[in-house]
Write a protein that binds this ligand. Sequence first.
Ligand SMILES: O=c1[nH]cnc2c1ncn2[C@@H]1O[C@H](CO)[C@@H](O)[C@H]1O
Ligand SMILES: [Zn+2]
Length: 366
Amino acid sequence: MSYPGPSALTEENIRQAPKALLHDHLDGGLRPSTVLELAADCGYDELPADNPVALGTWFHEAADSGSLERYLETFAHTVAVMQTPDGLSRVARECAEDLAADGVVYAEVRFAPEQHLDAGLTLDEVVEHTLAGFEEGADNATAAGKPIRIVCLLTAMRHAARSREIAELTVRFRDRGVVGFDIAGAEAGYPPSRHLDAFEYMRTQNAHFTIHAGEAFGLPSIHEAIAFCGTDRLGHGVRIADDIVVGPDGTPTLGLLANYVRDKRIPLELCPSSNVQTGAVPSVAEHPFDLLARLRFRVTVNTDNRLMGDTSMSAEMLALVEAFGYGWSDLERFTINAMKSSFISFPERLQIIDDVIKPGFAVLLG
Ligand SMILES: O=c1[nH]cnc2c1ncn2[C@@H]1O[C@H](CO)[C@@H](O)[C@H]1O
Ligand SMILES: [Zn+2]
């Protein structure tokens, strides 16, 4: 009897692999054609292009700025068309469909409800319409033979002052598909400790949260997120590599913070191509992903913003395969890392690992 052996590590085969995604922004993942159609519907006339190809290119190039602040400016156009019930639910439905078509079997998708109040919706209504869209998209994906479990994280903007309110909103929706809380936005000048009240509330409610930290700003931000705020995971956290010195013979020495992050198995939501776009790292090949993976940090692979990055989970994994020579067992390990770090219950995580991820990778491993 002969065995087929491992499948080739092509983008098409990676698309077949069951993948788990922890860090993806709803307002960073719209289809360009949807941005155009929703803009026409709601009378938004400030889009920088009038056809899907040119608009997609514009987002990608404008986000490729080398600066997080300029990268974030591009969100004005997506947020502008996500102000109505239809806009929100359509974007959420398509997000679920697109992720499922890419082979994502588990996704935590985040967005900031406070940015979607311009047309008069309440925070609760914003979340309700978004969750309805996710549910519809997941139903369509199941019908198309690509089931996905999609849940939501609510983000508070770190420059604003609504984090406690958003934390409470998260807890209010905890049984309806919202599994955690986050803060995002420009990092420099807005340390996580500005939002201690929100994090403390989450902890009193036994509720999960992650914090964008160690992306545009370095170790102090990571230290605050862990030591003062008590974060469960690090959004990016890539700058933890600043606390690792690799000697001339290749021997790594970890500082106290890097050791703590590794010892406590604090998950790193790494987003390779986004980090290149915002200038956090020069290229995927120079990304500390591999250093961190080899040192057995709890690394996970993420998209951050599929529209701005012109990317997908499969494309991020392929970029890592090309840069670092990973095989299927590495991709499976990163996927299981993500699933173990997710904010759904422990038995639900195990079920996806045992019934979906392991059998799916076994086929590819041959
Ligand atoms: O990589 C990032 N770092 C910090 N903030 C981000 C990143 N990507 C998106 N957002 C911010 O999060 C908001 C809610 O989804 C987006 O509107 C954007 O301003
Ligand atoms: Zn992000």
